[in-house]
Ligand binder design. Structure first.
Ligand code: PLP
Length: 393
């Protein structure tokens, strides 16, 4: 099913059937998990299968990586032990002296790591507003800038950056473009089709979708020396996924299209309703017509605007923390992209120096009944605000 001569099936069919692969040895309709750490050498002292030792590769990864290649239209894919392991492998493949441009608003843990890592590895780094192409172009240093990193929609403000425009600017200056597409999922946006070179996913989130596996993935448009460096970083540093988690991940992915569709619908419903709530100052969601990046989001995202939204409250940080304390359906936890809805006071986890406003709650819309999620949020909001305004002055 993955050969180029085959008919190209829809994402739903590819996902539901996990590429339609079955086990030729047993005729099992579900592929086996391979826990082996080591593989037999041929009698003539060769490794004709290419498999030697599981720190480099494992057959359980193959169907996951092949499926990701199909969904993202890439030449090759690699799964990693976490999203951070995947993302950091890209930066570690750079050479001392290379310059990186990353977005001002991006996944916080990666931003922190970048600031520490680039100093130690003699890389230089600039953060820019990726929605300002002029600012981006000015930040490009001729022959030094090697990589432009994008995250869209960005976490947790859900601004959208223009992958096609950024990738074409990058190409004109001889730089690579990599996209953290975790929140767009392979269904809503295909960065490689828009000119990006590498796509990254925290597979912990929507791809697995059940909050029970930590995993990451990279997909590359072409096989290149840079990509081979990334592959050897995974093998040498052992940033590998356990075969059991790879097996779980493939199972999770088989319902990706259904989960993403529900999450998008729920997020849009919640964003629209909460925007009309008098206790809400602002709803950040690219699916809202009022969102400054809505037109771009409509162009770049197909089938929905994602399951992530943020809500800013008129009564500030105290109300935000108070709401998270009072929801019953919404689970108060970090992370996103699972079947259950999560709520988080984001500034608390990011800590000092965060660009996230203190009155902001980040919501990951799951696949529950939207009306029930709304009612739960609104009762918590009412109680939290009552609790503040009731206090003696
Ligand atoms: C969670 C996340 C990551 C990091 O992935 P892990 O699997 O937690 O290591 C990177 N980028 C985004 C946008 C994320 O949400």
């Amino acid at each position: 099913m993955s050969s180029t001569t085959d008919k190209k099936f829809s994402a739903a069919t590819l996902l539901a059937q996990a590429l339609g692969r079955t086990d030729p040895d047993t005729r099992a309709v579900v592929l086996p998990m391979h826990p082996a750490t080591t593989y037999l050498r041929d009698p003539d002292n060769q490794y004709s299968t290419g498999r030697i030792y599981s720190r480099a590769d494992n057959p359980t990864y193959e169907p996951v990586e092949a499926l990701l290649c199909q969904l993202e239209n890439g030449a090759d894919a690699l799964v990693f032990g976490s999203g951070m392991a995947a993302a950091t492998a890209v930066f570690q493949a750079l050479q001392p002296g290379d310059h990186i441009i990353a977005p001002k608003v991006m996944y916080w843990a990666l931003r922190n790591w970048l600031q520490q890592f680039t100093a130690r590895w003699q890389l230089t780094l600039d953060f820019v507003d990726m929605r300002d192409l002029q600012q981006l172009e000015q930040a490009i240093q001729p022959r030094k800038t090697r990589l432009i990193w994008i995250e869209t929609p960005d976490n947790p403000l859900w601004q959208v950056s223009d992958i096609e425009a950024i990738a074409s600017l990058a190409k004109a200056h001889g730089c690579l473009t990599a996209v953290d597409s975790t929140c767009a999922t392979p269904l809503l946006t295909q960065p490689l089709n828009l000119g990006a070179d590498i796509v990254m996913h925290s597979a912990t989130k929507y791809l697995n979708g059940h909050s029970d596996v930590i995993a990451g993935a990279l997909i590359s448009k072409v096989d290149s020396p840079f990509w081979q460096t990334i592959r050897s970083i995974r093998a040498q540093q052992g940033a590998v996924l356990s075969p059991r988690d790879a097996h779980e991940l493939l199972r999770g992915m088989r319902t990706l299209h259904l989960r993403v569709r529900e999450s998008c619908q729920n997020a849009l419903y919640l964003a629209t309703a909460l925007q009309a709530n008098p206790l809400v100052a602002e709803v950040l969601y690219p699916g809202l017509p009022e969102h400054p990046d809505h037109a771009l989001a409509q162009r770049q995202m197909q089938g929905g605007f994602g399951g992530m939204l943020s809500v800013r409250l008129k009564h500030g940080a105290e109300a935000a923390i108070g709401v998270a304390a009072r929801t019953k359906l919404w689970k108060r936890a970090t992370s996103l992209g699972g079947v259950e809805s999560l709520i988080e006071h984001r500034a608390s986890i990011e800590g000092e120096g965060t660009p996230v406003p203190a009155d902001l709650l980040r919501l990951s819309a799951g696949i529950e009944t939207a009306q029930e999620l709304l009612e739960d949020f609104e009762q918590a909001l009412e109680l939290a605000v009552q609790n503040i305004t009731k206090e003696p002055q």
